[in-house]
Design a protein around this ligand. Structure first.
Ligand code: B4P
Length: 192
């Protein structure tokens, strides 16, 4: 079992790299952003509530997101590993994830953190907003709010994993393939 967390600010390329990594390493992809957008598309009560929060650049409540992840872990008992993308985003989520994985006699092996400067992040998100239909990508004000939430609530998760010796920063600027190679190098050395 190999469990990976892909960490980094909004627009750092987590979703982009996750697609390539799950294919190469045969991991089950758990993206809380995608799972929440799926709830919105299906107009579930959870989705209707989440939409308002996501549109304002805030985080969906921990209990909701932890519940979604728990369901997915239950549904994938045969998996040989998971790639957590956009989760955990708060200390409470990180602690809950450790607890859920311990119950399944496993744990997080590695946390790869994509580092990208803020101007480049804004550029990427506004560019994606032109075609993605994602309302949280079209306003620079909401994008800046997401960065603020990231530094207040999500950045402390890095310290949590650093203490556990699992945290590796990766330079997230350059071509998608260059960044993918850097991520693979770390995974290969962690699994060698
Ligand atoms: P997410 O869906 O996780 O979105 P993200 O952080 O914006 O995206 P990501 O880093 O994956 O960027 P991507 O690869 O697409 O979260 C959205 C919202 O959902 C949150 O704000 C929150 O409200 C809610 N939410 C999600 N998880 C939650 C949780 N655990 N708890 C509470 N709330 C939660 O890349 C962005 C763009 O850059 C793309 O257009 C891509 O093509 C481009 N790009 C990627 N790599 C590039 C490169 N190397 N060079 C140039 N462009 C690149």
């Amino acid at each position: 079992m190999f469990n990976l967390v892909l960490f980094g600010p909004p627009g750092s390329g987590k979703g982009t790299q996750a697609q390539k990594l799950i294919e190469k390493y045969k991991l089950v992809h758990l993206s809380t952003g995608d799972l929440l957008r799926n709830e919105i598309a299906n107009q579930t009560p959870l989705g209707l509530e989440a939409k308002k929060i996501m549109d304002s650049g805030q985080l969906v409540p921990d209990e909701v997101v932890i519940g979604i992840i728990n369901n997915c872990l239950e549904k994938n008992t045969g998996a040989t590993g998971f790639l957590f993308d956009g989760f955990p985003r708060t200390l409470k989520q990180a602690e809950a994830l450790d607890k859920l994985l311990v119950e399944k006699a496993t744990g997080i092996n590695l946390v790869l953190a994509l580092e990208v400067n803020e101007n480049e992040l804004v550029r990427r998100l506004l560019e994606r907003g032109k075609t993605s239909g994602r309302s949280d990508d079209t306003s620079e004000e909401v994008i800046r709010k997401r960065f603020q939430v990231y530094s207040n609530d999500t950045a402390p998760v890095a310290a949590y994993y650093k203490e556990q010796g699992k945290f590796k920063p990766i330079f997230g600027e350059g071509s998608i393939d260059e960044i993918f190679d850097a991520l693979c190098k770390e995974i290969d050395s962690a699994t060698a």
